[in-house]
Write a protein that binds this ligand. Structure first.
Ligand code: ADP
Ligand code: ADP
Length: 229
């Protein structure tokens, strides 16, 4: 499962200023759609409508054919994992931060998620391991480490749908490589809506949607977009 459909979706924060207008998109279950477009085009707004962070102003969003207005926010949060651009961690342990969203997780499962997110060695070297406090009053993590915590959290939760809001922040090349590998791993076989800043995401996406001023200006496979010039 996990097919996503937007049918003539519109949204405005201020009624006088529409942000999204008549957006149609379809992501077959297990596929990746990359959304590209200039800053302010409405990419994040579009992604947030999917988990009902905001309610749609017009049109409908469906997951596996079901209108999300008929789905509780709790079940949407179970079905959709988000790797945000800037991960805000709780002032709590690393283990808590990863198991958030899946309270019944075992330590073994947490370590497995850390391994896939390429954080296992880092956490094993910490004297307090999973119990290491992070955030304002604890260990300060780099942007890349925080993002990999968010990836481990999503891997543990294992949702059918994923929203990736790629970081454009100034990660060094090594950190970026680790994150790209981990992102490619978690988006495999999951329905993925990826806000793409890097070319590497577009390469892995089956379809690309170009958004400008809240409207879909182009949508298609790599070949279709190239043929359209
Ligand atoms: P993108 O992700 O493509 O940069 P956004 O969806 O973040 O675009 O923003 C689209 C427009 O909506 C921008 O003009 C932005 O200022 C505005 N906007 C975004 N979020 C809010 C909000 N919570 N309240 C009011 N305006 C917002
Ligand atoms: P902001 O720009 O305000 O940091 P985010 O894009 O990080 O907003 O997301 C908004 C809020 O919704 C955050 O607190 C985030 O943790 C929460 N959130 C987003 N998606 C989900 C989800 N699928 N499950 C649980 N919480 C989510």
């Amino acid at each position: 499962g996990g097919a996503v459909d937007f049918d003539q979706v519109s949204h405005a924060y201020d009624p006088a200023r529409p942000i999204l207008q008549g957006v149609d998109l379809h992501i077959p279950a297990g596929h990746t759609l990359a959304i590209v477009g200039p800053s302010g085009a409405g990419k994040s707004t579009l992604a947030r409508l999917l988990f009902r962070f905001y309610d749609v102003g017009g049109g409908a969003i469906r997951i596996d054919g079901q209108d999300i207005r008929g789905v509780t926010q709790d079940s949407l949060r179970q079905a959709i994992g988000v790797v945000p651009q800037d991960t805000v961690l709780f002032n709590d342990s690393i283990g808590y931060n990863i198991a958030y969203g899946k309270p019944g997780a075992t330590e073994e499962q947490i370590w497995q998620a850390l391994r896939m997110a390429q954080l296992e060695d880092f956490v094993r070297r910490l004297p307090k391991g999973l119990n290491t406090q992070v955030g304002e009053r604890g260990l300060k993590l780099s942007g890349g480490e925080k993002q990999r915590i968010a990836i481990a959290r999503v891997l543990l939760k294992n949702p059918p749908i994923l929203i990736l809001d790629e970081a454009t922040s100034s990660l060094d090349t090594h950190a970026e490589r680790l994150i790209l590998d981990a992102l490619n791993l978690i988006s495999q076989k999951r329905t993925t809506l990826a806000i793409a800043h890097r070319l590497s995401t577009i390469v892995h996406a089956e379809r690309i949607l170009v958004l400008d001023q809240g409207r879909v200006v182009e949508q298609g496979s790599h070949e279709e977009l190239l043929a359209a010039g």
